[in-house]
Design a binder for this molecule. Sequence first.
Ligand SMILES: [Fe+2]
Length: 390
Amino acid sequence: MENLNSFQFLLSTKIIFGKDQLNSLGDQLAEISAKKIMIVTDKGLIKAGIVDKVLDIIKRNNIDYYLYDEVIPNPRINVVDEAAAICKNENCNVLIAIGGGSAMDTTKGISVMATNEGSSYDYLDGRGESKKEISNDPLPIIAIPTTSGTGSEVSFYSVLTDPETKIKDSISSHKIYPVVAIIDPVLTKNLPSFITACTGLDVLGHALEAYTSTIENPMTDLFALEAIKIVFNSLAEAVNSGDIEARVNMSYASMLAGIAMSHCGATIPHALGCPLTGHCGMPHGLAVGILQIPMLEFNKEVLQDKVKNVLKYMDEDINNIDEGQYHTYLINKIKELMKKINIEEAVNKYVMDEKSIDLMSKDAIIHGCTLINPKKISIEDIINIYNEIG
Ligand SMILES: [Fe+2]
């Protein structure tokens, strides 16, 4: 290889991947000496019977537990603080997150606040110099994802929302990597098609943005390219037929993209997508998904080589296409995918007026992902992109 850059790579999470691998939970709990577990989930997953599968294993292993089922989408700092107080009170020494990104973000926040002073607000990256260091080791987490999208089971970020400003910010530390991620695609079997579509677009965003960010590295490029290829090959089938093998593929892609993004961050779709969720309520994956094309268009002149690499990795027949057309080719692939997963109608439900665009643009320009976009972006550019998709 030529011009191989220096890089660091750390993933301290044991990954247990595959159908019915949830059955390994008992062994994992014994390995980390679980005495009392706080299970962090939401009422929907209790109703769906997924939490019962976990409880059966915990009960069979005679381990005490506390069931916390108050997880909400876009978890707030005050909710994390309240849950951490319960965790301390109950003397739990292990946390199990069951759910999507919100459950895992909440759990990571609890793991920090159960052993450290103050409020989760004090540990957010956006606090700058007044940000507190995590001085005590957080509680160990076993992450059990029930969607294939966030990749949070293999990331060291806890994304939390300030209820007053509606700004999303992160606690980021290698100390909050889950100790174990049990990725059992069977748990995603009954996921509604719209959620499968949105979370799948999030995977595409993590992979494409990680690959094109200014801080990518040769190892994460491998993860990202493979994830992109799998999304184009399997997402439509997972959405439309719910085929279990397509779901297995999407769970794998989600994990790969999560590892890539955890190391190299994301770019303008996440920078502009997070405010879209915060101010307009658009689901995260949908927001990130519809911003992929504007991202490719905005960064066109600096992404020629990378777009070519993506198409080559996907085994697309590009021999007879002019180099100048590669960008359009990839954009058309994304448009085709969006059509196949039927998301157009959902997008039209969300109205962006001048006031919300003003607020969102101000949030987006200071978002961490803006800084690692391959081309410098101004607030005027951001306003233009919001107007374009609105
Ligand atoms: Fe995301």
